[in-house]
Design a protein around this ligand. Structure first.
Ligand code: ES4
Ligand code: ZN
Length: 328
């Protein structure tokens, strides 16, 4: 068998996918747009591919804020969750943690109850129809005012058990919005025993990662700019902070000019635990298997190391310890 076949067969876990961007497959986005009476800036797979071309993280988030207008009802959210369950099943991903950024839709007045109902229904469908265990991490939109962000944490905590919420995170525009602005939100979640993560060091540099660590995170999403600061690399290794690295996303958003310029080899050499992820697969023309194959073609890590990276995702999932050991 080939390496690609063996990676396909291996039961896997993925920890860094976004519910919203991860659901924007052109066919699904167009169906959601039609039933919500919304016009998207594309009309088929080909024009979507032309629209899904990005120059930076900030410009990507602007486009995401446009496409996410398709998500309004519990049924929309359920369909978005289920689509990712179907894509997971296809790759033999048995468990995944999906980021849900309520801040992307709360300004438009989408009720939190509709979101929660959709998460519950989508999660039920994934378990029953697709054999995929779906959990959610509520991500705060970094650009939210501090009081609105805290309200989102309180909503997440109240829905935690019934909606399968296992963590709190942070995403959207990084530059100009240091994590410390929302430190009170992380403190409230930690107080309630919710594990923490944050997107950092995607385009905000090493300082942004230090700032996230200061908020008490156990993982960093991306973190690829940690190489700017050797003392930061040492701290990440020493504390065994998992980096959820998304190589093809970084290339798509021009964080690196090409995959050859990616810092993954330096992060590995520093002894930091990391895993591979696909971020927003339909918008970056990727999925977990494609990420693995691209990394292998570029860096030749070898099968044993690739499998170790896939196992890191199991060990660092936000499931409680007894459940975590039984994920695969
Ligand atoms: C995101 Cl910072 C970031 N990267 C990729 N996808 C996202 N969705 C929301 N924030
Ligand atoms: Zn992300």
């Amino acid at each position: 068998s080939t390496l690609a076949e063996r990676l396909q067969t291996l039961p896997k876990v993925e920890l860094h996918n976004h519910l919203e961007g991860g659901a924007m497959y052109p066919d699904l986005a167009l169906r959601l747009a039609a039933r919500n009476g919304i016009t998207l800036p594309f009309h088929d797979a080909e024009s979507a591919a032309a629209y899904y071309r990005f120059s930076s993280l900030d410009q990507f988030i602007d486009i995401l804020r446009t496409t996410v207008a398709t998500l309004n009802t519990a049924e929309d959210y359920a369909d978005a969750v289920e689509r990712q369950g179907i894509e997971a099943r296809r790759q033999n991903i048995r468990y995944h943690e999906l980021f849900v950024t309520y801040g992307l839709v709360s300004r438009r007045g989408v009720p939190w109850e509709a979101v929660v109902e959709g998460l519950i229904e989508g999660r039920r469908r994934n378990a029953e129809r697709h054999g995929v265990d779906t959990a959610f991490i509520i991500d705060l939109d970094r650009t939210l005012p501090g009081d609105a962000a805290l309200a989102h944490v309180e909503l997440a905590l109240a829905a935690r058990e019934r909606a399968g919420i296992v963590g709190l995170g942070l995403d959207c525009q990084e530059a100009g919005y240091p994590a410390g602005r929302l430190k009170h939100c992380f403190a409230a979640a930690a107080e309630a025993g919710l594990p923490l993560t944050a997107h950092a060091g995607e385009d905000g540099g090493a300082a942004s990662i230090w700032d996230a660590l200061d908020c008490g995170v156990a993982r960093i999403d991306h973190g690829v700019q940690a190489v700017e600061d050797p003392s930061l690399l040492a701290v990440l290794a020493e504390r065994e902070i998992l980096l959820t690295v998304c190589p093809l996303s970084n290339v798509a958003l021009q964080v690196f000019p090409s995959l050859a310029d990616h810092t993954l080899p330096q992060l590995l050499a520093a002894g930091i635990p990391l895993c591979l992820n696909s971020d927003d697969p339909p918008m970056f023309d990727s999925d977990l298997l494609t990420e693995c194959e691209a990394v292998e073609a570029q860096f030749g890590l070898g099968e044993a190391l690739l499998v170790e990276l896939l196992r890191n995702a199991v060990a660092h999932s936000f499931q409680p310890a007894p459940a975590r050991t039984q994920l695969l």
